[in-house]
Design a protein around this ligand. Structure first.
Ligand SMILES: Cc1ncc(COP(=O)(O)O)c(C=O)c1O
Length: 398
């Protein structure tokens, strides 16, 4: 089937929930992908920060194949060796004590929200609130959506889940105001990804951690997008020198295989007892075998070093472009989660890039986002930037 045929069948049988680009990707290798018509693209999207090691990484293919020959699924009625091994790895790297596995970022956040509520329930403070942030994004399940600080995602889905108080990102005073007698936790992204690639100020993040410690609140970090090496460290919080109580992960963790995780400090994790939370597929052997390999690769010096190097290089090129244009507000981000804010909507630019063989995405209306594989090399970055420049020339200046 070619692009047109796939789109025709998809338009007939799939629910209309995604505004898709008019192509179907059928093959990938490293930071390159091909569509069903054989067109090649430089992939600066990587499945929206998911394909951490690029497409078809040989070590991940091997891990998946080996596990596929052993055991696909058995349920959490039994101990699962790759799940145990993944939990041990994540705890060792994060300094947290225990893991719960889910299948997506939203589910990992649901687990975190439930854990916070159960923790305070056991401490005699039932129905606690969680302080969350305007412009945040935590996922599409109802509680995660209710915690998300962007009305556009919530419209049409009332009633939302109660128990969330909103504060301004990077504004400690507004957090202090939002904290009340029923507050149990603060939940925050170290870099607001979907909200426009906005990194937390280091002073804000440290201030938040101090505030949580002083007031006895739990600090929950949504590292669904920033975790697994994306910022040049295994976890983004390691750049800020803070110690969270709960961390959620998904996206890069499986390198393209669906898996989410929620990690917690010992005393907090112990709030969950058998029967409190569960997922049929959570911690599935295939997902965990692949994720173990992802963690080992990201923990290797090479991958995180490449993120730092590639980020520096790409950012430099983007800043060069920004200096020559009057419609760029700012280049920002951390590691390989980079955004270029323009003075106008970037949708037409994204489309032009695609037409010339470059995949990029927006983050909000005016931010062009790049979240390539953590393993991307200079050749692919150069190719991407050359196409971006061409698309920008055609797009013109304002
Ligand atoms: C910070 C953050 N949290 C949660 C989610 C939701 O993850 P998922 O789409 O896997 O449910 C996302 C997805 O973009 C995210 O960026």
């Amino acid at each position: 089937m070619d692009n047109q045929q796939i789109m025709a069948v998809g338009s007939q049988y799939l629910m209309n929930t995604y505004a898709r680009f008019p192509l179907a990707l059928v093959r990938g290798r490293g930071s390159r992908v091909w569509d069903a018509d054989g067109n090649e693209y430089v992939d600066m999207v990587a499945g929206i920060a998911v394909c951490a090691l690029g497409h078809a990484h040989p070590a991940l293919v091997r891990a998946l194949e080996e596990q596929a020959h052993r055991l696909w699924h058995c349920s959490n009625l039994y101990w699962i060796k790759p799940q145990v091994e993944l939990a041990a790895r994540l705890c060792r790297h994060s300094g947290l004590a225990r893991a719960f596995f889910a299948n997506s970022g939203a589910e990992a956040n649901e687990a975190a929200i439930k854990l916070v509520r159960k923790y305070w329930h056991l401490k005699g403070r039932p129905a606690c609130d969680i302080v969350v942030f305007r412009n945040s994004f935590h996922g599409r399940t109802l509680a995660a959506l209710s915690a998300t600080g962007q009305e556009k995602y919530q419209q049409g889905f009332a009633p939302l889940v109660p128990g969330f108080a909103f504060a301004e990102f990077n504004d400690l005073e507004s957090v202090e105001k939002a904290v009340g007698p029923h507050t149990g936790a603060v939940m925050v992204e170290p870099v607001q990804g979907e909200g426009g690639v906005r990194p937390a100020d280091p002073a804000f993040m440290r201030g938040l951690a101090d505030l949580c410690r002083r007031q006895g609140l739990l600090l929950v970090l949504d590292e669904v997008q920033t975790g697994m090496g994306r910022t040049g460290k295994m976890f983004a919080f390691q750049n800020f020198g803070v110690e969270p109580d709960v961390v959620t992960l998904a996206k890069g963790l499986g390198g393209g295989f669906p898996v989410g995780a929620m990690l917690a400090r010992g005393e907090v994790a112990e709030a969950f007892a058998p029967g409190d939370h569960a997922s049929t597929f959570g911690g599935n052997p295939l997902a965990c075998a692949v994720a173990c390999e992802v963690v080992d690769q990201v923990a290797s010096y090479d991958v995180c070093f490449n993120v730092t190097e590639a980020s520096f290089y790409l950012r430099g090129l983007l800043e060069d472009i920004a200096r020559r244009r009057s419609d760029v507000v700012e280049v920002r981000g951390m590691g390989l989660l980079l955004g270029v804010e323009f003075t106008r909507e970037v949708k037409p630019l994204v489309e032009r890039c695609r037409q010339h063989g470059l995949l990029v995405i927006g983050a909000g209306e005016r931010v062009l986002r790049m979240v390539p594989a953590l393993t991307i090399g200079r050749d692919d970055i150069d190719a991407a930037v050359a196409i971006l420049k061409r698309a920008l020339d055609e797009w013109g200046q304002q």
